[in-house]
Design a protein around this ligand. Sequence first.
Ligand code: C2E
Ligand code: MG
Ligand code: MG
Length: 541
Amino acid sequence: ITAIMDGSQSDFQHCVGLEDHQKFLLAAAVEERLPVLSLAGVPLHLYWAPLDGGDVMVVGRFREAYSLEERALLRAMGRSIQLSTQMLAALKAEQEAKDLAIREATIDALTGLPNRRYLLDHLGAGLDSSSGGRLQIGLLFIDLDRFKHLNDVYGHSIGDAYLQAVGVALGQFHDADTFVARLAGDEFIVVVSSANIGILTDLADKILQCLKQPFNIRGRVLHYSASIGVALAEPGDRPQDLLDKADMAMYSVKQLLPGGYACFEPYMLDQARRKADLESEIRSALLQDEVIAFFQPIISSLHGGVVGFEALARWLHPRRGLLTPKDFIEVAEDAGLLRDLDARILRDACCRFSGWQSVQKGFNPRLSINISAATLQDPTLIERVKESLVSSGLKARNLLLEVTESSLVKNVERAQHNILSLKKMGVKLAVDDFGTGYSSLRYLRQFPVSMLKIDRSFVSGLGQSYDDKVIVETILRMAASLGIQVVAEGVETEEQRQILSRMGCEFLQGYLLGQPLDSPMSDQLLARSERRRKWLRQPIV
Ligand code: C2E
Ligand code: MG
Ligand code: MG
């Protein structure tokens, strides 16, 4: 019988070959350090060998006590046992710490799935050992749709719980051939070791179906979807190459048809490169003042005079010439540069506009500036508007900020403060492209909207489409009853102008009445305004 005691451990539960009551007796004997006790009528001689650090080893032998030499030997033996147990414990603790460090470095804490680093190792090993046979390593890049919206609406804790639930759902696809990881944020990756395009797209379909199901998160039923990019490894691909290809394919899905999947095609690589080039060009263009405001007149349908201008961003590109927003605004938005662009146009437009205005005495047209959703929520917006007003001398009541319906409605809470402050300052709010988004009466009442701009798509149908006529009439009637002014955008023909005037649309904007130009007032326009003004003898609003 041998046991090493560390003071607290005074029972013999682990001694093999003893009955419970015998263990109890032994424990009692050890407690009192008895040299001998009787077990089943046979004397048991005990020896407590003192070890290092206050530990004691107990050994027992039936019938005969230990001699002096035996005791010395037992003590030495005990010490070496003690040493090896200590070493074992230290080794075990070290191993546990190592395991934990590896786990922390390779497992995503939120979902428990392998993280980016583990994924890259796994992909690297897979690509290294790939034999180049018929089946290849393939990858699905899964990006949740509207995850930002979910976080904004329900808060981050629901957002996290949703990511965990998605992790569990995707974890079901994990098997010997399929590896599931979380890359970052709302991006998940599925690696299939031996795949072809058919296998990958079947799996993409299954995953899309699975993620389209409603998720019950803390009593809320969430209906969201995901978009998937599919890529198959080609010879020479490194892990990041494969991830990039699937990412580009995913991006093309997001652009065209969120909620579906697309396979990587080489043209996507060219597109992504062009986009990256354009992005860095826009950055420097904004710094070098290559982006400036052009001005398109807004005309009164009553007297034909100019009542205001809309500032529209133009890029004077050193090689490609004059670029309009369709050439760069999407890339600027993806790169998070819209706030910078809006700030630049606000400053430039106010400054140049007031210069021209002061030349034309008594002429007080309004200036409309487009602002993005990002700008509408920007905490520095109010300061910047104030600065622009002061430095340009433009009156707050002559400044209108145009926002699209969606950026107004989607960001209500964050934009609330800015909207109210603008109203206090006297700066007006216009809803741009009206009719293409929510067109809800509720938000028109909720926000201090002074003006609606009927989208060009309805104006262009006037004279041809009965539906468009009804839509425009309805908007005009609704706006009149809410006391909101209306501008019809994209007036291109005389027929459209006449129909709109007959319908009572007060303000018109379009190529028929004036192109966006570098200078707000062409001589011709000014002369026309002056003539009308004198003739009508009424001030321009
Ligand atoms: P928007 O604010 O609805 O501006 C009207 C657009 O219609 C302008 O396009 C204008 O040139 C064009 N347009 C005006 N009259 C006619 C017409 O008779 N026919 C046709 N086909 N088009 C007409 P542009 O300048 O290319 O701007 C496009 C959009 O880019 C703007 O639509 C606005 O949403 C955005 N944008 C322009 N400048 C800025 C800016 O500084 N900041 C932000 N955030 N967005 C801007
Ligand atoms: Mg506009
Ligand atoms: Mg518009």
